[in-house]
Design a protein around this ligand. Sequence first.
Ligand code: ADP
Ligand code: MG
Ligand code: MG
Length: 906
Amino acid sequence: MSEKRVYTFGNGKAEGRADMRNLLGGKGANLAEMNLVGVPVPPGFTITTDVCTEYYEKGKDAVVALLKDDVERSMKLIEDTIGKKFGDPSNPLLVSVRSGARASMPGMMDTILNLGLNDEVVEGLAKKTDNPHFAWDSYRRFVQMYGDVVLGMKPVNKDDVDPFEAIIEQVKSQRGIKLDYELNVEELQQLVKLFKEAIKKQTGSDFPSDPVEQLWGAICAVFGSWMNKRAILYRKLNGIPDDWGTAVSVMAMVYGNMGETSATGVCFSRDAATGENIFNGEWLKNAQGEDVVSGVRTPQQITLEGSRRWAELQGVSEEERKSKYPSLEEEMPEVYKQLNEIQDKLEKHYHDMQDMEFTVQEGKLWFLQTRNGKRTGTAMVKIAMDLLKEGEIDEKTAIERCEPNKLDELLHPIFDKEALKHTHTLTHGLPASPGAATGQIVFFADDAAKWHADGHKVVMVRIETSPEDLAGMSAAEGILTARGGMTSHAAVVARGMGKCCVSGAGNIHVDYKKRTVEIHGQVFHEGDYISLNGSTGQVYEGEVKTRPAEVSGYFAELMDLCDKYTKLVVRTNADTPHDAEVAKSFGAVGIGLCRTEHMFFEAEKIKAMREMILADTTEDREKALAKLLPLQKKDFVGILKCMNGLPVNIRLLDPPLHEFVPHDEKGQKIMAEEMGVSIQKIKERVASLEEHNPMLGLRGCRLGIKFPEITKMQTKAILGAAIELKKQGLDPKPEIMVPLVGTYKELKLQKEVINKAAKEVFAEEGMELPFKVGTMIEIPRAALTADKIAEYAEYFSFGTNDLTQMTFGYSRDDINSFLPSYLSNKILDVDPFQVLDQEGVGQLIKSAVEKGHKTRPDLKCGICGEHGGEPSSVKFCHRAGLDYVSCSPFRVPIARLAAAQAAVEE
Ligand code: ADP
Ligand code: MG
Ligand code: MG
């Protein structure tokens, strides 16, 4: 724990730096850094994240006592820097109290603006600035924010109306005005009075008029907001630990609401949706803080070019645009020039795309925040490759800049161009976050989560979204909003999640009560289908067909770059030629796991399979297997052909036989008819296959040992297929894998069967062919005795699903009954079936690799569990010295990137 609790900044000096984000939070660290590089920032100070931890350990009073001297000293420094005094009506200093964690959590925690106002100070401020409207506007905003955040007036239930908003609506409707900024001084004064009354009524206490009391209330409330519901959920979704804590930054206010020459805005140094190197953003005149992102007023574009594009998308004429929604570039050319220079300077300083907040007070520009901008997967890849080409970052940095899991977005289907030709475009909004979304309309976050859990694909349609909608947004395929710009909450959060989002579709009319949305006279109900194109902003009627994504352009360049550094190669888990083809197009260089059992579920095969299961004698079994052989061979021809020249690791039959027989009366009757036996016989056989612990029962190589003819048939099918292709001049590379081996003797016996069968096919076909025999390491005993097993195995493939199951003793299929309590009690940090347990299971892998190599130095090792496509697990595999990972087709690029990162990190 750091001794120093408070870090000041201002006037080009700062005690903190950009690399102190763990202690100062991202916001605090960058406020310090901006001072150091000469960007105009109002003075202030940051209370460390460690103090947040202290707050939760020691409580409010203790923390206030610990901070008192430092905060007083730092407030004095602000006062001296700008020549104003906190609480002094004749020349008042007002401050903002802001939250800021190590990782950015936009909108999840609370911020309070204009703190330091009371009935006397507001009069002083009005006089000093000669602008009563501004003073009272600031005051009503302050009472509202303080009431919501510190005094707990914000409704817990999101369907309830914020009491302050209700009052504002009421006052506005008295005079028939629509917008907040149209309120006159008397009305603003009325608001303050009504707000205070509402506070007194609900909390029983008066609004605190002492600025010092306000300050402590706000600081503690920001610490408190670390544990609010939406912040907790956001951390859970983004894997941010609860114990990081938030920092609190207190800084002098600058005012964007002082009139026509004042403004506030948000801007990005590049396009966060597409990655294009285009400066862009939104602003509002005579506004403050969140006004731009809240979607209450329509924000204007910063650049002229952006403004024209926006007008085109919104169907706004050039005339109307110029008079009603001019760009900052046109309205305040001097400010724009300076803003443009600073955004460029900041991007070059951080060597990354910046997301910035600024305020213009009477023509003077101030920066209030900068951070590496959240972006879509597409933008992430493009920006990294562009910065590399621009010489801003090197190759290794470009690889490290890309987050493997975010590539997922680039692998999602896109709309089929042909299908789009026949689709009716209902309307369009802003292309806030790219992607293709098709689903059923829902209007509320809870419904989105519920419908999604029931297996529906949903599109969430809202007037605007708020941080409370997070869970719903995460469950939806896409989000459509009527209000809000490119920097609205919906847009920013959707981009962060990689969710398709169309925002600000002004032509849609949402009726929450009726649960309908009307678009150009056409009414859609909850449950109706619509589709969104987040890349163009178009909204389509009904379901639109999609087609698979492909690796091309910048994405392909990144993948090539990865190959340059990577040591670990990536194979795929694929059971069909189609999956294999997809994986190959994503760069898989072989099949790491081909499960043969899935092949048995087609009509002809399942019949032959059941005959085999029903057989009483080896002879009968062989008869059934003889029927299966050509069918299996055909499957293998398909896969080996598709992966021509690349290794294909085929696993022998693995699951318990009961999975192949029907358990219901009707199914058994059909089977009896098909097999020409009595239903009684079927019932008896099904019952005989019943086991108490099928996962630990007759499965894997135990099947092949009990019924060697199965192994023999599969070997002949695999090698027969390979020979057939070889005769056609192709280059098949089959590998035969024995599953669930626990002792070397099992493998030894199975290998004998395989080799004997191989000899037979070779003789029958008059042709030989090299092939490998290996085993899965998925039973702890196999890992522990890997040296002996390696005498018979030419390769190991770690089956980490079963290995995790048997190392922890957790049933894969039943873990959900206790996983939530294990996670909440912090017994587990993550689901070990998703993220490899490096500490325990990892030990078994590491030692098995070592032992195996001692026996057989050229032993090849890979992993084929679900973990093969999970970035942290892939990195572990690299460190453990594996040769390859194998994962499902759609995770291949993710694994390739993670593998390259592991190599770069080394
Ligand atoms: P968030 O983390 O939710 O973005 P912020 O702390 O950045 O919250 O603040 C919310 C809004 O208030 C932002 O638009 C910010 O620019 C504005 N703001 C914060 N501090 C000041 C200040 N001292 N003067 C003017 N505006 C401010
Ligand atoms: Mg905010
Ligand atoms: Mg902010």
